[in-house]
Design a protein around this ligand. Structure first.
Ligand SMILES: C[S@@+](CC[C@H](N)C(=O)[O-])C[C@H]1O[C@@H](n2cnc3c(N)ncnc32)[C@H](O)[C@@H]1O
Length: 214
């Protein structure tokens, strides 16, 4: 099991803090960014994926950074929200920016909640920053903590592909993350997936919703 990985060190240090300072967006700013990237807002995307999901369910975001996704989920009516984030600076900032959300410092590799404690566990731009050698462990923890749904929004590629990120190696990958979950856990089924083509480049992102078969 990874104790301190190269990626965890980067996110916990100056590199992570600089990202955090750039990433604090209001809901309007985040929606405008998605509109520019994909021609639709994050709120619209979320509404399509979570339309049938009860607003009272208990949700965990893994890698919640400054809490941008919580602002959107709260506006949509979800009130039972938790976050886990490895970077202490981002944890403090997210606590100051949000209300009524239980945010703790911790790692995707060792989520301190019991099996099935959440109805839905999600990541948004986080699996892409976990090394392919560690991804199975992070997915196993996410799978363990959810009773029903896994939701994700990540960079997409057919095959695991490393991307140089702001001059850094070993920090960013794209992959078919929904497929990786499905291959690892036989009782998961795909409820929905959409591949989102950027309007101004060839990159593709994916949003997917998986569910444990009962
Ligand atoms: C690109 S940001 C995404 C932030 C947020 N999910 C959003 O949509 O705005 C990635 C975040 O995941 C955190 N992170 C990366 N690896 C992690 C891990 N193994 N466990 C917990 N958090 C992690 C980083 O510190 C960073 O805050």
């Amino acid at each position: 099991m990874p104790e301190i990985t190269e990626q965890l060190e980067k996110w916990a240090g100056e590199f992570g803090k600089e990202y955090t300072d750039r990433n604090a967006l209001s809901l309007e700013e985040m929606d405008a960014l998605y509109e520019r990237n994909y021609g639709q807002t994050r709120t619209e995307l979320n509404e399509r994926f979570l339309e049938g999901v009860d607003r009272s369910i208990r949700i965990l975001e893994v890698g919640s950074n400054v809490g941008n996704q919580f602002l959107c989920l709260q506006k949509m009516g979800f009130g039972n929200l938790y976050g886990i984030e490895l970077q202490s600076y981002a944890v403090e900032l997210s606590k100051a920016r949000t209300r009524h959300i239980n945010i703790i410092e911790g790692s995707a590799f060792d989520i301190p909640y019991k099996d099935g404690y959440f109805d839905l566990v999600f990541t948004s731009g986080v699996l892409i920053h976990i090394s392919p050698s560690d991804i199975a462990l992070a997915m196993r923890e996410i799978y363990r903590c959810t009773r029903e749904y896994i939701w994700g929004f990540e960079y997409y590629a057919d095959k695991y592909t490393e991307i140089t990120y702001r001059g850094h190696r070993n920090l960013l990958w794209k992959a078919d993350f929904a497929r990786l979950y499905l291959d690892q856990f036989g009782d998961l089924e795909l409820v929905k997936e959409e591949r989102l083509q950027y309007l101004d480049n060839d990159n593709i992102d994916t949003m997917f919703l998986l569910r444990k078969r009962t």
